[in-house]
Design a protein around this ligand. Structure first.
Ligand code: NAI
Ligand SMILES: Nc1nc(O)c(N)c(N[C@@H]2O[C@H](COP(=O)(O)O)[C@@H](O)[C@H]2O)n1
Length: 274
């Protein structure tokens, strides 16, 4: 068996992140019906999440990767879209030293993985990393949010064996595509006890949540910026503009109270969207 990867993120590095992280009391006061939402991802200098659609691209250096795992330990759940699940076969667990399965007890500090997959594109298998880790006691079993009433039986079974499940939500159609209303999704997670969630991507999910249609849903944004350009054709963060007023294009959004912090070769930008 390969050695177990265990990450360290020092106490002194944790302090500056605190204003952007969920605290149960503040989150409940801010919204009694949905979780605190932290949008977090790693990007290149030309706003790319990956070099091409469907290709996993390592952008974070070791220090900012450890920060991402610290963020995972500070949220009840972690969410990605089906495109990311298919492309990356992600672990969606927390490998920080001291969390459950990594030196800690039970599943302490392990977030609940959530995958948004309306049409069951992600073929869940016993070998899928997130499923395997759940069986090994190194992460929680995923919830897959879908609108399909009959997900493939093999996938249902693979999820069930690990303790995960499909959650079927109502479908809405937008521009010919089946979409799940983010408010409904977050309300369902809240009913299931999720008080905070970090949303990691990918491009479709991030651009949708940053668009004006989702104004007010994201509480804080934590972006790792790697000192590299990936060039054209990648998956980029570039949300649609809010519209045109008096012949002027309206910008999408601007982060409030921004803070910049260097971690290794990367810069981490935090801000709020209220
Ligand atoms: N650098 C980084 O931090 C990250 C990079 N990535 C990269 O991003 C790429 C994947 O991005 P995308 O292809 O854009 O996929 P994605 O992960 O954003 O998933 C898109 C899919 O999610 C579903 N979806 C999203 N929002 C929905 C909604 N409101 N209702 C219903 N369904 C919804 C749809 O099936 C949609 O096709 C991969 O190459 C991955 O490696 C992904 C996460 C983080
Ligand atoms: N923080 C960060 N930096 C990068 O360079 C990345 N490519 C990503 N991707 C996200 O992390 C997931 C993979 O990590 P695990 O296997 O779950 O540890 C991937 O699915 C993206 O969500 N993130």
């Amino acid at each position: 068996m390969p050695p177990r990867e265990t990450l360290l993120f020092s106490d002194s590095e944790r302090e500056w992140l605190e204003p952007f992280l969920p605290s149960t009391r503040a989150a409940i006061e801010a919204s009694p019906t949905r979780p605190h939402v932290t949008l977090t991802f790693a990007t290149s200098l030309d706003s790319a999440l990956s070099i091409a659609p469907g290709v996993q691209t390592a952008l974070s250096g070791p220090e900012s990767k450890a920060m991402t795992h610290y963020l995972r330990s500070r949220h009840d759940a972690i969410l990605v879209g089906a495109g990311t699940a298919v492309a990356d076969d992600p672990s969606l667990n927390c490998r920080l030293d001291g969390t459950g399965g990594y030196g800690g007890a039970e599943l302490n500090g392990q977030p609940q993985p959530v995958i948004v997959d309306p049409s069951c594109r992600w073929k869940v298998r016993a070998e899928s990393k997130v499923v395997r880790l759940a069986k090994e006691g190194r992460g929680r079993a995923p919830w897959v949010i879908t609108v399909a009433r009959d997900p493939p039986l093999a996938c249902v079974e693979a999820l069930r064996e690990a303790g995960g499940e499909y959650l079927v939500l109502p479908s809405n159609t937008m521009e010919g595509k089946e979409v799940i209303d983010w408010n409904e999704l977050l309300a369902e997670l809240w009913r299931r006890g999720v008080k905070s969630i970090m949303i990691e991507g990918g491009g479709t999910v991030i651009n949708s949540l940053l668009s004006s249609k989702c104004a007010g849903l994201v509480d804080s944004v934590i972006v790792t910026i790697a000192p590299t350009w990936l060039g054209p054709g990648g998956v980029v963060v570039s949300p649609p503009r809010a519209g045109v007023v008096a012949n002027q294009q309206l910008p999408v959004a601007r982060l409030q109270r921004p803070r910049w912090h260097q971690l290794g070769d990367d810069v981490v930008l935090c801000g709020v969207l209220k």
